[in-house]
Design a protein around this ligand. Structure first.
Ligand code: AMP
Length: 271
């Protein structure tokens, strides 16, 4: 595995290689969710590039940028063992006073974008830079960050970018907790409370399987399951992220965001 620590070094390395490139952008503290993306990239491409970069522009003031988990040594090992060819590990991705991407006014500022205004501007900007730096054939993103995935797909479409965005299913612990780098903030008791997120989504799925398609009653039932967590939102939207009154199978995402202690967790299920 070759480690590139600057955009120039990355370009030099990739210019010497030929074949399709599968790219997995991450913020490190790699877990099995990340590995599932890397493994898909490995199966489907000649070259696998992973980036690890904790992007400051997608963190709001007061968020966990400075304490975001950094696990350089373990991450390098995971990448090496997963068959990554090139690890892009830049110190910084920005100069001062840059051109940047702005997320769409509605879709970029509801749900996650309402809780974290400006988050998606920073996320899209760094993803644009990463995609332009790597020039992958395919780029792999988790459905766990459903709104992020939708916005990246839209950016690729709106800017006519030449990359296939591959959505990947959410990987979970045996008890249902969605894997997240932020789970390491949870103590044992909080880890138990965090299960309410996936439990609320299971409740939603159960209701839909019983042909209970009304989104208001599903949301009410989810809020019951989530008690007493500090819930930021429970939402049921179509794939365009528009609120819907009835679940339509094949075009619905049920999302939840809640705080467990000071840790903000998100989860969702695609129906
Ligand atoms: P992050 O390091 O949190 O920026 O995540 C990097 C990529 O991994 C994103 O595309 C995430 O959606 C994806 N990801 C995060 N958690 C999971 C998970 N539990 N299962 C599958 N993919 C995930």
């Amino acid at each position: 595995m070759i480690i590139a620590r600057s955009r120039e070094a990355l370009r030099e390395i990739l210019d010497l290689m030929s074949g399709s490139i599968g790219f997995v952008p991450t913020m490190g503290a790699l877990h099995i969710g990340h590995r599932s993306l890397i493994e898909a990239a490995r199966r489907e491409n000649d070259i696998v590039v992973v980036s690890i970069y904790v992007n400051p522009t997608q963190f709001l003031a007061g968020e966990d940028l400075s304490k975001y988990p950094r696990k350089e040594e373990a991450d390098f090992k995971i990448c090496e063992l997963s068959g990554v060819d090139v690890l892009f590990y830049p110190e910084s991705m920005y100069e001062s006073d840059e051109v940047s991407i702005k997320a769409p006014d509605v879709r970029g500022y509801i749900l996650e974008g309402a809780s974290r205004p400006g988050h998606f501007d920073g996320m899209l900007t760094v993803v644009m830079k990463l995609l332009n730096g790597v020039r992958p054939t395919r780029a792999y993103f988790g459905k766990k960050d459903a709104q992020q995935l939708a916005l990246i797909s839209q950016m690729v479409r709106n800017f006519g970018m030449n990359v296939e965005i591959v959505p990947m299913d959410t990987m979970r612990e045996g008890d249902g907790l969605a894997l997240s780098s932020r789970n390491i903030y949870l103590d044992e008791v909080q880890r138990g409370e965090a299960l309410k997120l996936s439990a609320s989504l299971k409740e939603a799925t159960k209701m839909v399987m019983q042909k209970n398609f009304g989104t208001q009653s599903i949301q009410e039932a989810m809020i019951e399951v989530l008690k007493p967590l500090d819930v930021e939102y429970v939402a049921i939207v179509n794939r365009q992220f528009e609120a819907i009154s009835e679940v339509v199978l094949g075009d619905t995402i049920v999302l939840v965001a809640a705080r467990v202690g000071t840790t903000r967790l998100i989860d969702n299920v695609w129906m």
